[in-house]
Unconditional design. Structure first.
Length: 175
């Protein structure tokens, strides 16, 4: 696993993006830690783990897409910090909320995540970030091409430090 911080300049963004691509070619997972300038990790009591939208069916399978590393890192931090954990997902409408909560409950059970809270909020992730419970750390997964502007925005929108993960393809949170 490769741990990075967001670059401070556009020039560095290109370098970091190349490094990410090289790591992924070598099947190495990526974690980008973006510290909040004021809150840091001072509130070690809770973690928000953001779960991908799986609508309309919300069917669980062994292939979680790009969520495995986020789930595994979240689990390890939850145990180490003795923290509470919230599984949060963004949905389009009220009709999807029940299915989304059932999905996160099943996911938590299969991934062996004990004592977690489940939230399905209506809107885009950026639009609902301020509605989510406040946490010491928010964990999101990223596509293979990191969006550094999104990373900076999410730190600001959540008001806390964030981890962004990209799976190597070798992780399996349900195994």
């Amino acid at each position: 696993m490769l741990l990075l911080t967001p670059p401070l300049s556009k020039e560095w963004e290109e370098d970091i993006s190349r490094l990410v691509q090289k790591a992924l070619q070598n099947r190495i997972g990526i974690v980008i830690y973006a510290a909040h300038p004021k809150s840091g990790l001072e509130r070690h009591k809770s973690i928000n783990l953001w779960i991908d939208d799986k609508s309309p069916e919300w069917e669980i399978s062994m292939d979680l897409g790009n969520m495995d590393l986020a789930i595994l890192v979240g689990y390890k931090l939850k145990r180490k910090w003795k923290a509470s954990m919230n599984l949060i997902t963004a949905v389009d409408d009220e009709e999807q909320k029940k299915k989304a909560v059932e999905y996160t409950q099943t996911l938590a059970e299969l991934a062996r995540l004990p004592n977690v809270n489940h939230f399905a909020l209506i809107g885009s992730i950026e639009g609902i970030a301020h509605e989510a419970p406040q946490a010491a750390l928010n964990i999101f997964n990223l596509s293979n091409e990191p969006d550094f502007e999104l990373i900076r925005r999410m730190v600001e929108l959540t008001g806390s430090s964030c981890l962004f993960t990209i799976d190597s393809g070798e992780e399996n949170a349900l195994a």
